[in-house]
Design a protein around this ligand. Structure first.
Ligand SMILES: [Zn+2]
Length: 91
């Protein structure tokens, strides 16, 4: 996976809130733009960002009680949540 960003891998219990949304976290992370082009998804080239796959993953993650903001680089928070930088929902 080439995100244009450095990534880390971690281990979570499968039955933990994070473990239950692990696949969605992978999808969400793969649809993060680079800091140089914060409005362009690297996969959904024709669409602006946030793109539909990102938003669907974010909704799934939020529905399971995991904070999306903790999975998104800080430089993108202002793009997602311009009025409230600490919001946990992507909409
Ligand atoms: Zn995308």
């Amino acid at each position: 996976m080439n995100l244009g960003r450095d990534i880390v891998a971690t281990v979570a219990a499968a039955d933990s809130p994070l473990g239950q949304v692990a696949r969605a976290v992978d999808v969400l992370s793969s649809h993060l733009p680079t800091s140089r082009q914060p409005r362009a998804c690297p996969f959904c080239l024709a669409a602006g960002w946030p793109c539909r796959p990102f938003l669907d993953a974010a909704e799934h993650i939020t529905d399971h009680g995991v904070h999306v903001a903790s999975l998104v680089p800080r430089d993108l928070h202002q793009v997602l949540w311009p009025a409230n930088k600490s919001t946990t929902r992507a909409s």
